[in-house]
Design a protein around this ligand. Structure first.
Ligand code: NAD
Ligand code: DAU
Length: 353
């Protein structure tokens, strides 16, 4: 079946990688991106697909019911891939309101619009609403705890993860109550091309290139399970095509690393690839700074269900993925330099000083 997709948040990091993946894998499918172009959205992330006949970009907010209704109807959408969100934990600590608005109210608005569209069209079984969520909804693990599985109880700790948990519960309820054909994915930390430089890996990469301190929170021993974004997009593809309605799938990279180790690995790769660094070795820039409020200690994903039911496993090791990512940031200075704007500097001062 050829599909007609609405991709919310498609001008952001994972959304844009997903759009590239989908357009390449399924060139006959229609792809419509709805994105508000907040600070994190960037139309240039979609430059490679903008000229395609079956691609369309719409600037708009997922809290705006009329624009969603219009797209669902005029484009005969059968599949929603919902990425749009406020996504950065540090920003949710500074200002939680936008997270509740976009992540909870926005998801609710989208669900209501899609429910009506699905019902008006006689509830086709092959419609899909993919809700892209996070492992942070499960809370924080101790060093010996087993990784999060799909049955781990929710225990969100930040305003960001609480707002994502709220949206997950709404999606779950729409399946349970209305049998709306939804699927939820909860994935671990993504990294790769087009990631906004507020997140750990691009921030460290860019700071090294411009000779700025590398701010490591607390003792640097927090653990994340790193997932290369290309692996994530392949997983979402499997879930849309073969996932069971009403189910949740955990997606992880099987790459648990302490932050300080990860930053040292990055520094080594950059030392090797860049002969004229402002500070060398790059690790001289590492600076321990005040910890993030409520900082979760460890995340890890058990992705067995993805493997046994949908035949997916992650393929990119952390060493390979970091190298690919560093090479991308090295060759795309024209992409990230404009992002270090006045707004970004203000944000940076608020978090790091
Ligand atoms: P991002 O911040 O890079 O991009 C978010 C996109 O959503 C931007 O293009 C932004 O303009 C758009 N957006 C924000 N508010 C909007 C609104 N009200 N209406 C329409 N568009 C809006 O985020 P990302 O890292 O690509 O994350 C995508 C999704 O994946 C999010 O739902 C996030 O919670 C989830 N997720 C991300 C990670 C990660 O490591 N990055 C891990 C797990 C889950
Ligand atoms: O686990 C999935 C989540 O991963 C997603 O849901 C979020 O959208 C995404 O932002 C990410 O959240 P984290 O808070 O884990 O990612 P971040 O890149 O902000 O931080 C990764 C780790 O690095 C975390 O332990 C905090 C630490 N850190 C981060 C920054 C930005 C630092 O030590 N210094 C920093 O400057």
């Amino acid at each position: 079946m050829s599909r007609r997709l609405l991709v919310t948040g498609g001008a952001g990091f994972i959304g844009a990688n997903f759009v590239h993946h989908w357009c390449q894998a399924y060139p006959d499918d229609r792809v419509v991106v709805l994105d508000a172009l907040t600070y994190a959205g960037n139309r240039r992330n979609l430059a490679a697909v903008e000229e395609r006949d079956n691609f369309r970009f719409v600037q708009g907010d997922i809290c705006d019911r009329s624009i969603i209704d219009q797209i669902l109807k005029t484009e005969s959408i059968d599949t929603v891939a919902h990425f749009a969100a406020e996504s950065h934990v540090d920003r949710s600590i500074l200002g939680p309101g936008a997270f509740v608005q976009t992540n909870v109210v926005g998801t609710f608005t989208l669900l209501e619009a899609f429910r009506q569209h699905w019902q008006v069209n006689s509830q086709p079984a092959d419609y899909r609403f993919l809700h892209v969520s996070t492992d942070e909804v499960y809370g924080s693990l101790g060093p010996k705890d087993p990784p999060f599985s799909e049955t781990t109880p929710y225990a969100p700790n930040s305003p960001y993860s609480a707002s994502k948990a709220g949206s997950d519960h709404l999606v779950r309820a729409y399946y349970h109550t209305y049998r709306l054909p939804t699927v939820i994915t909860n994935c671990s930390n993504n990294y790769g091309p087009y990631q906004f430089p507020e997140k750990l890996i691009p921030l460290m990469c860019i700071n090294t290139l411009i000779g700025k301190p590398l701010p490591v929170y607390g003792d640097g021993k927090n653990v994340r399970d790193w997932l290369y974004v290309g692996d994530h997009c392949r997983a979402l593809d499997r879930v849309i095509h073969f996932g069971t309605q009403g189910e949740t799938y955990n997606i992880g990279g099987n790459n648990e690393v302490e932050n300080i180790t990860l930053v040292q690995m990055l520094c080594q790769i950059i030392d090797e690839l860049v002969p004229d660094l402002p500070v060398r070795p790059a690790s001289d820039l590492i600076t321990f700074v005040k910890d993030r409020l409520g900082h979760d200690r460890r995340y890890a994903i058990n992705a067995n269900k993805m493997k046994t039911q949908l035949g997916w496993t992650s393929e990119v090791t952390i060493e390979q993925g970091l190298r690919l990512t560093v090479e991308w940031y090295l060759t795309h200075r024209d992409w990230w330099q404009p992002l270090l704007s006045e707004e970004y500097q203000t944000y940076y001062r608020q978090v790091y000083q």
